[in-house]
Design a protein around this ligand. Structure first.
Ligand code: F3S
Length: 424
């Protein structure tokens, strides 16, 4: 691994013990990956919070110990200084305002608050969402980042043209303290060309349909890079957010190209670069229907829980849910939780959307989601969601049956107390 003088000085301890440990971790990690050098980053998004049951014991000892063990892979307790570059906290397991509704024990909620104070003092921005790009962390084209969270990574790489691999707790911790990350994988332009072609031969309209296309894509290309032809709809942030989250769930897609939509490749020729263009995988009406059916993992229609906001909702989605619920009442046997970043929740509060959702019997949650917290309402057997990602993961995590449908289908079903959705 070639190091610059500054990097060598960090490794040798000239910038303190924490930076030295972090550089040591990055060098070992980079060498294991075959990286020849590090690259500078000024945009880190990771998971630094201490408030999970599994780390509670070490958190009681010291929060420096939690960071040392989980974010620096160090058995020694290192005093953690202010981070070196802009860094944000991704989603956590706890909503500070709704922890009781989540079923989180108050002591763990208290630890979350202490953990937030600890992180804030060290310069970690507490965005607490899987969608930092919705609340102010918007890297620009070509910017090298060190991000965790598969749905955020695919959005940053594809929609914004930034460059990041899917990092882990340790590498983002080390990147935050050094402003460096190994230069490999999707940081290198030669690794960003398409390997698969998907020909879309059916209309892809609303958000749920973009999620279904994403779910198809992940199965079709697994961890490789697809390019698309035949798309006629102009997708929004919300649609691409759902598309990417789904593709990163059924597969491990971290980057895609949609010429005319995403910024890195203006044409299929540019998307494939030196790679031979393969025979296309066709996504037509039959594939769309089969994929939609594949997302249904339920047989009982009586509904216990409706989960919206995966990835975390935009303000546009909050407005739509409020409109659908205005003057209505959620069935007494069904819970509705709507998830959004706390920054967007503030706008929803001021705009009156939260009040409408709560008047209907719903709960607006921030900072968390059921897959990360592993919390669903007590006694839940059957869930419904408008997210292909949540439909993929939550039935296995919470051992429940799961329905997938559009936001309208989910809200109307929450009101009826039973699944009313049909495969579209
Ligand atoms: Fe975000 Fe949780 Fe979905 S982390 S992408 S809301 S599974």
């Amino acid at each position: 691994m070639r190091l610059t003088d500054h990097e060598r000085a960090m490794l040798d301890g000239g910038h303190g013990e924490a930076a030295a440990r972090a550089m040591d971790l990055l060098v070992r990690y980079g060498e294991a990956l075959g990286a020849e050098r590090l690259v500078e980053t000024r945009n880190v998004a990771g998971a630094f919070n201490a408030s999970t049951p599994s780390v509670r014991e070490i958190a009681e000892d010291s929060l420096d110990r939690v960071f040392s063990e989980l974010n620096l892979d160090s058995d020694d307790v290192i005093e953690i200084p202010h981070v070196a570059v802009p860094t944000c906290q991704l989603i956590t397991g706890i909503d500070n305002d709704n922890f009781a509704t989540q079923g989180v024990d108050p002591e763990l909620a208290d630890l979350q608050l202490r953990s937030e104070q600890y992180l804030g003092k060290r310069g970690i921005n507490l965005m607490c969402t899987c969608t930092p790009y919705q609340v102010g962390n918007v890297p620009v084209m070509g910017e090298h980042c060190a991000w965790m969270e598969s749905s955020a990574v695919i959005y940053a790489n594809s929609v914004l043209g930034a460059r990041t691999n899917v990092e882990g707790k340790e590498s983002t911790g080390a990147a935050a303290l050094t402003g460096r990350i190994p230069y490999w994988g999707l940081h290198c332009p030669e690794n960003r060309f398409a390997q698969h072609l998907i020909r879309v031969e059916t209309e892809v309209g609303d958000m749920a349909e973009w999620g279904v296309l994403g779910y198809f894509t992940g199965f079709a290309v697994e961890e490789e890079i697809p390019a698309f032809e035949g798309l006629t709809d102009q997708p929004s942030l919300v649609k691409l957010k759902h598309f990417g989250a789904a593709a990163a769930s059924s597969g491990g897609v971290e980057l895609y190209h949609m010429p005319g939509i995403t910024p890195e490749a203006a044409s299929l020729d540019a998307a494939f670069g030196p790679n031979a263009r393969p025979e296309p995988a066709v996504y037509g009406a039959a594939e769309r229907r089969r994929t939609w059916e594949r997302l249904q993992n339920a047989s009982d229609r009586k509904l216990d829980f409706v989960m919206l906001g995966c990835p975390h909702n935009s303000i546009e989605q909050m407005a739509l849910i409020a409109e659908l619920l205005d003057g209505k009442r959620i069935h007494s046997d069904t819970e509705l939780w709507v998830h959004t970043p706390s920054a967007i929740r503030q706008v929803a509060d001021r705009s009156g959307y939260t009040a409408i959702i709560e008047a209907a019997g719903g709960v607006v949650m921030s900072d968390t989601c059921p897959s990360i917290s592993r919390k669903v309402p007590a006694g839940t057997r059957v869930i419904a969601t408008d997210s292909a990602k949540q439909a993929h993961y939550l039935p296995a995590i919470a051992k429940v049956q799961g329905w997938f449908g559009s936001v309208e289908q989910c809200v109307n079903s929450a009101i009826a107390g039973e699944w009313l959705g049909v495969v579209q």
